[in-house]
Design a protein around this ligand. Structure first.
Ligand code: HPA
Ligand code: ZN
Length: 346
């Protein structure tokens, strides 16, 4: 008999637009030719896009559709691609279509539960009303074929006042399936501490707390996230290895890391998969889950992330723990546990 292979059916760290099927992006590009999509972009965004040769195709007057969105090799280059992709999700119908395309793709891969990070400020910036965003999220959370739960990315680059304002508006009329908040965006430029009030408010309303930290910045960013934001989980956290005291602290307190191996290599956080810190973190007893982050941008799948971990020498026991940790640390444990077991083998 073939040995049983682990078939992961749930994950906790995947960005909605980062999971956009390429065929759907091609449709959006047809709907919104780049010159028109970018016509209203502020100069600071255009200047950011111009810094990256891989995005040049989008900025030329006769921009060829589908230029090299995925041609980045650094973290800021990736963020530029990610931000740019948001300029093509411009209407409530685009946003609903994105949710549907992503959910359909997840189901086809065998996913049954996903906590999906949604960069709400970036959709509002394109002129999609918050009510339309919330309605679409609520509807998608009721799909019978997959449990989708939402982690709102307050997007650190928009600053704390904007984060708090958005949080209050969302709390006044919360979308169904909303389970947590995070901060994505430029970690090196926007440390977590100043977002403390927003995270306190979110906690007071029973939301789960996570934050991107220890990805594009070092251990001090993770310490600050723990101290100031009192998060339940850390998005990435893989640069914690630069401070042995922090690794000990994470292990002792059982604070889990949402590890995304392929993305860390594609964005240059580590020069190669072999150089990734996961084996060290695992050996030190730090709890982790495996996740795709932005599977379309990083050309990966959840099953692919498990293969990557295996190729790093992570044991089958530890991979089983990583699956169990999804349920253990999910922000909607009942939805993750009752109907679907992420531990299912096939
Ligand atoms: N880090 C920070 N911001 C992001 C990411 C990420 O991995 N993906 C999309 N926005
Ligand atoms: Zn992420």
């Amino acid at each position: 008999m073939e040995p049983a292979t682990l078939r992961p059916a749930a994950e906790l760290h995947v960005h909605l637009r980062g999971a956009m099927p390429p065929a759907y992006f091609a449709q959006l590009l047809e709907r919104h030719p780049p010159a028109r999509a970018l016509a209203q972009a502020p100069e600071r965004h255009l200047a950011f896009f111009r810094r990256w040769p891989h995005l040049a195709g989008f900025l030329a007057p006769d921009a060829p559709a589908g230029a090299d969105l995925f041609g980045f090799s650094t973290f800021p280059g990736f963020l530029a691609s990610y931000l740019l992709s948001g300029y093509f999700v411009r209407t409530p119908a685009d946003f609903r279509g994105l949710l549907d395309a992503v959910a359909t793709d997840f189901v086809a891969q065998g996913l049954r539960y996903a906590e999906v990070t949604v960069s709400v400020p970036e959709y509002l910036m394109q002129g999609i009303p918050l009510e339309a965003v919330c309605e679409a999220l609520s509807e998608a959370s009721r799909r019978p074929d997959i449990r989708l739960r939402w982690i709102v990315d307050l997007v650190r680059n928009f600053g704390h006042d904007a984060a708090l304002d958005l949080l209050r508006r969302l709390l006044a009329r919360p979308p169904a399936g909303w389970v947590g908040v995070t901060l994505g965006g430029s970690e090196a430029e926007f440390p977590p501490g100043p977002f403390r009030e927003s995270f306190e408010l979110a906690r007071a309303h029973g939301l789960g707390l996570t934050v991107h930290a220890g990805e594009a910045a070092g251990p001090e960013s993770v310490w600050e996230a723990l101290r100031e934001l009192r998060v339940d989980r850390i998005g990435h956290g893989v640069r914690a290895v630069e401070d042995p005291r922090l690794v000990e602290h994470l292990a002792e307190r059982g604070i889990p890391l949402e590890v995304c191996l392929t993305g860390n290599v594609k964005t240059g956080v580590f020069p190669s998969l072999a150089a990734h810190s996961l084996p060290q973190l695992d050996a030190a007893g730090v709890a982790f889950t495996l996740n795709t982050d932005d599977p379309t941008f990083f050309a990966t799948t959840l099953a692919g992330e498990f293969e990557a971990a295996r190729s790093l020498g992570i044991s089958e026991q530890a991979l089983g723990d990583a699956l169990a940790n999804v349920e253990r640390f999910a922000f909607d444990r009942d939805a993750c546990r009752i109907r679907f077991s992420p531990l299912r083998l096939c």
